[in-house]
Design a protein around this ligand. Structure first.
Ligand SMILES: [Zn+2]
Length: 153
């Protein structure tokens, strides 16, 4: 066996050793598609994305990733603790790369989520959790829309 053969690694995955390590540490096998999605999600700082937005970004970047794959991968990333899910309603969810406790504005009509630092909202009067349970976290979604222009009638 030559030295080249011994250090041979899959060509497309070797470019992102950090993402591979992150996926492995989270208990996920670093497949090419997971690495590609992780790169889109985690390479540019904290962000929020829906499955559909991420799929569009992947397509635009020339990745061959189906929407079904994105739908499967995002909950896996969430379960592994890499993402937090923000549910807007029964049909819309966003995935947040910042998994710390914080809240969100949801901009109606723009399908956009903006962070609200957790220290800006005081949550008081929470009921005791049901017996045998504990509160894991409280996340608040404040729905906003562009102000109506005051000169218009
Ligand atoms: Zn957030």
């Amino acid at each position: 066996m030559t030295a080249t053969q011994r250090i041979k690694t899959p060509r497309n995955t070797s470019r992102h050793p950090c993402l591979m390590a992150v996926l492995r540490m989270a208990g996920l096998r670093p497949t090419q598609q997971r690495i590609a999605l992780a790169k889109l999600l985690f390479s540019s700082g904290p962000r929020h994305a829906s499955a559909e937005q991420l799929h569009l970004e992947a397509k635009t970047a020339g990745m061959k990733v189906s929407l079904a794959t994105v739908y499967n991968a995002l909950p896996q990333f969430r379960s592994a603790g890499l993402l937090r899910e923000i549910s807007i309603d029964a049909t819309r969810s966003y995935f947040d790369t910042d998994t710390s406790n914080h809240h969100h504005f949801f901009v109606e009509g723009e399908e956009r989520v903006i962070d609200i630092p957790s220290n800006l909202i005081d949550v008081v009067g929470l009921p005791d959790p049901p017996k045998g349970m504990e509160i894991s976290h409280v996340d608040i979604v404040v729905r906003v829309r562009p102000e109506k222009q005051k000169n218009q009638t």
